[in-house]
Unconditional design. Structure first.
Length: 87
């Protein structure tokens, strides 16, 4: 008798179809904060995907090692080395 799986996975969106390079889709380069934001760090820009607004893509010409969005407000935190910037 086949048992039902405890977790079901479905693809919500494809980051490569939204223009995010495959090299940026990995641990440490891409963050997902709650069900609202996905932020991808690329070579010369940040890509922010607003999941609550139809997967709207916003690109900013910023460099960082890591980035994350606040789940409650549109606040972006960037880290580069020992420097932390909040926008």
């Amino acid at each position: 008798m086949a048992q039902a799986l405890p977790v079901t996975f479905t693809e919500a969106l494809n980051l490569q179809q939204l223009g995010v390079p495959e090299t940026s889709i990995k641990h440490g380069m891409t963050t997902m904060e709650s069900d609202k934001w996905i932020v991808c760090v690329e070579a010369s820009q940040l890509t922010m995907i607003d999941l609550r607004n139809g997967a709207q893509v916003t690109r900013r010409p910023m460099q960082a090692e890591a980035a994350i969005m606040n789940p409650d407000q549109s606040i972006l935190a960037l880290r580069a080395g020992t420097t932390l910037q909040i926008f």
